[in-house]
Design a binder for this molecule. Structure first.
Ligand code: MN
Length: 316
């Protein structure tokens, strides 16, 4: 995905309250953003209240939308730096193409993980043969200093570990929990779980007290540690919890993410993660000039995106 919001604002990781050392239950409304033609998404991270949860620095909940309308999803070639993109479709298919030459269709139950390192570009589109509905989540993970200049990489995970417990289907997307370890390769202590209820039920999820956590409903309604939650609200849980009680009154789906608070200051603008303004300005200029560091995406039926210049850059 790409931040197509031309009114995008810079986001500094220190420009929000510090991570509390104790449990909190902070309801943070998501905000609507436009992702290409006719697709409104709900952005849960970054927000003014909370820029990051662990190294998770971006969380978009997209759909459900009618993918039969027009061309469906069309996000033209665009660059990324110093982050990993993590794509988790709930319904529908997305075709990924990148500057390393990967062309990978992703389906529900699978994860695409793209590691930008010093620079990569990719596109995302609905394939010609597709399901009627598109629904899912895309997250970005900030890379720590020691990894952020690494070579770009792409990995497709066709299967993730699943545990059935208390009528809840738990998919271990990232990290280790409920006795299972995800194969998804990340570079800081992180967790992500998908909890799917096909009927009313309750379960407990073990948490790490040194992690901060957040919960986002992807479908239906939930109660997380006593807090009622529905789509459109990110529940920030803070640190210091041993477990979370999750109750679902009917069908529903919850995304739970966590990690140790990311202690490096990052700056985000458009699709770039950096450490300072000069770095971000250079990334925008390089991309718009067609610099080789971002490579080239082949086969996408459309135009590449143009980076909006940040407000601090001086176009003279
Ligand atoms: Mn992207």
């Amino acid at each position: 995905m790409s931040d197509l919001d031309q009114a995008c604002r810079p986001s500094g990781s220190r420009d929000c309250p510090p991570s509390p050392g104790q449990p909190v239950a902070e309801a943070i409304p998501t905000r609507d953003a436009v992702l290409g033609e006719g697709m409104t998404i709900r952005r849960a991270l970054p927000s003014r209240q909370r820029r990051m949860i662990g190294a998770w620095c971006f969380l978009d909940h997209f759909g459900p939308v009618d993918a039969r309308r027009g061309d469906g999803l069309r996000v033209g070639p665009h660059p990324h730096t110093c982050l990993q993109t993590f794509t988790w479709p709930l319904s529908g298919e997305i075709l990924h193409r990148d500057s390393l030459g990967y062309e990978q269709l992703i389906r529900p139950g699978q994860v695409n993980l793209m590691t930008a390192g010093r620079g990569i570009s990719h596109s995302e589109e609905s394939p010609a043969q597709r399901s009627p509905e598109l629904h899912g989540a895309q997250l970005w993970i900030a890379l720590p200093e020691v990894e952020r200049h690494r070579d770009p990489a792409f990995e497709h995970y066709p299967e993730l570990p699943v545990v059935e417990r208390d009528g809840c289907r738990i998919t271990v997307l990232v990290g280790e929990t409920v006795g299972e370890r995800s194969p998804v390769r990340v570079h800081s202590p992180l967790a992500a779980l998908d909890l799917t209820f096909s009927a009313a039920g309750s379960t407990h999820i073990p948490l790490r007290p040194d992690f901060e956590y957040g919960a986002l409903v992807l479908d239906g309604e939930m109660v997380v540690d006593g807090a009622a939650l529905r789509s459109g609200t990110l529940l920030y849980l803070g640190r210091g919890r041993e477990r979370a009680a999750v109750h679902c009154g009917a069908e529903g789906r919850l995304l739970l993410i966590g990690g140790t608070p990311f202690d490096e200051e990052i700056l985000m603008w458009w699709n770039f993660v950096g450490r300072d303004r000069d770095e971000i300005t250079r990334a925008c200029t390089d991309w718009n000039a067609g610099d080789a560091r971002f490579g080239e995406v082949h086969g996408y039926p459309g135009q590449r995106l143009t980076a909006p210049m940040p407000p601090w850059s001086n176009p003279g």
